[in-house]
Ligand binder design. Structure first.
Ligand SMILES: Cc1cc2nc3c(=O)[nH]c(=O)nc-3n(C[C@H](O)[C@H](O)[C@H](O)COP(=O)(O)OP(=O)(O)OC[C@H]3O[C@@H](n4cnc5c(N)ncnc54)[C@H](O)[C@@H]3O)c2cc1C
Length: 455
């Protein structure tokens, strides 16, 4: 079947891939040069394929999402950028959860994970991080074209190739004929939107406001690079110290709260920070140095991760709430798995279906594993557990391994994680009234319709 996908979210069917003499040809065409697209490009070059990567903006460009996970580090080494990331990164040994309800905080150090090999990660400025990754892809021989937005894609059956049309900043349009297409377009969700395959997450619904600050009061010593997470009545805040002295601060709130905004985004953001005294105190002498930005309605999944000769990576496939700083790791890990699957599809077509099924399993595993925790992280029971972390049956080590992103390998955390979940359900049952109230509140919180401010 051949499917032409144009800018509108409708799908036209036609009979054959239009390919004319002026089309460029490539093995793999990648839409988007964020962490997923650039990682896939570098790895596919390593497998010996011709790669063209089209990026609509120009690096360095701003992107939110600065906190990395320890499990990402081996992949950065494999890509050959470990040294460069160390040079721009702020070492992050763990995460500190601050509960105003309990009046204290709890630090979770990656050194206490099940697997003690990787005790830290990095906080990075994404403009620098993403530029390092895309330049690496170009160094490895990928054709990287920036300022070039993909506008149309025509999908065809296995072995028939794909046609892609893109528009350059100067208005010129250009076409490519590719054997395989990778959609790494991030939250633009190029293919999922056009295939009608994008589904809003019915179990979670939140929005974010964020900016960078100078002059925030930061910790010193080993904890200086830790991410701080603050719960408050309408969601949670992050506080991410960057290596150059700036601090990324953001708030993730329920939709009803964002809708209550009457003032400018900047005033609203500052007023929201004032609702969380321990954070406000850290920012008392600080200045906002980037204009605040807001992102709404942002959890979704695509109903498919691939077709015969295309696949979706990173945020182009799914986006989950960033409370555990999972986005960049999920994006880059999906790219590593995706590159392997594409290599198999191109070299051994007979093994393609099996490779794509394995890729699909990996794509679903990450969001599913993290989502159980995400849906519950603002519940009173989970807060209590985070504030009083014991390690019977190694449940704290297993939780920390999840927080480190160690969910794709051989680390045997699963039984302990089930025990952790068991404890959660028992504690919820023991506090039944509170749990029912919290469940009702959660359903109201994620409802788009709700205009009620939570008490
Ligand atoms: C508020 C917020 C906070 C977050 N915090 C964290 C965090 O602390 N840690 C973390 O790991 N993750 C975090 N994330 C998530 C993280 O930013 C993403 O998961 C990650 O950037 C995904 O990488 P990607 O390559 O899939 O997409 P992106 O990084 O978004 O890259 C996609 C690229 O595709 C390009 N593109 C889009 N459409 C086209 C087109 N038609 N043609 C050509 N190019 C195109 C875009 O310009 C972009 O460069 C956060 C996200 C949000 C919204």
């Amino acid at each position: 079947m051949i499917t032409k996908l144009a800018a509108a979210p409708t799908t036209d069917l036609c009979t054959k891939v239009p390919s004319d003499a002026t089309d460029n040809r490539t093995d793999v065409l990648i839409i988007g040069g964020g962490p997923a697209g650039s990682t896939a490009a570098t790895l596919l070059r390593g497998y010996g394929h011709q790669v063209t990567l089209l990026e609509k903006s120009r690096h360095p460009r701003f992107h939110i999402g600065e906190s990395l996970l320890p499990e990402n580090l081996p992949l950065l080494e494999k890509l050959g950028v470990g040294e460069q990331i160390r040079a721009i990164g702020m070492q992050k040994f763990g995460a500190e959860f601050v509960s105003t309800v309990h009046g204290r905080s709890e630090v979770f150090e990656f050194s206490e994970c099940w697997n003690k090999d990787r005790p830290f990660a990095y906080q990075v400025r994404r403009s620098q991080f993403d530029e390092i990754l895309i330049r690496r892809a170009a160094e490895q021989g990928a054709e990287v074209i920036e300022g070039c937005r993909v506008t149309d894609v025509t999908l065809a059956g296995a072995g028939e190739g794909i046609k892609v049309r893109a528009e350059h900043e100067d208005g010129r349009s250009e076409s490519w004929h590719a054997r395989f297409l990778i959609d790494a377009s991030g939250r633009d969700t190029f293919l999922a939107a056009r295939l009608g395959a994008k589904r809003r997450n019915p179990e979670h619904n939140s929005a974010a406001i964020f900016a960078h600050f100078a002059g925030a009061r930061r910790d010193t010593g080993r904890g200086a690079g830790n991410i701080l997470l603050y719960w408050f009545d309408h969601g949670w805040f992050w506080f991410i110290p960057l290596a150059d002295g700036a601090t990324s601060v953001g708030v993730v709130v329920w939709p009803y709260y964002l809708k209550s905004r009457k003032s400018s985004l900047q005033d609203f953001f500052l007023a929201t920070i004032a609702l969380c005294p321990p954070l406000a105190e850290r920012l008392a002498g600080a200045a906002m140095i980037t204009p605040p930005e807001a992102t709404g309605n942002y959890s979704y999944t695509a109903t498919l991760s691939h077709g015969d000769n295309y696949l979706l990576l990173g945020d182009a496939y799914a986006f989950i709430d960033p409370v555990f700083s999972t986005g960049v790791w999920l994006a880059m890990n999906s790219a590593a798995a995706g590159a392997e699957a594409v290599d198999t599809c191109l070299r051994q077509p007979a093994a393609a279906a099996r490779a794509l099924r394995a890729f699909d399993r990996l794509m679903r595993h990450g969001p599913r594993t993290f989502s159980w925790f995400i849906y519950r992280v603002t519940s009173p029971t989970m807060r209590d557990m985070f504030m009083n972390p014991g390690n019977p049956l190694r449940i704290k080590e297993a939780l920390l391994s999840v927080l480190a992103g160690d969910i794709f390998g051989q680390t045997p955390i699963w039984q302990s994680l089930r025990a952790f979940k068991g404890v959660y359900y028992v504690l919820s049952a023991l506090n039944l009234r509170r749990s029912i109230r919290a469940g009702r509140q959660h359903r109201r919180n994620i409802s788009e319709q709700s205009g009620q401010l939570a008490s």
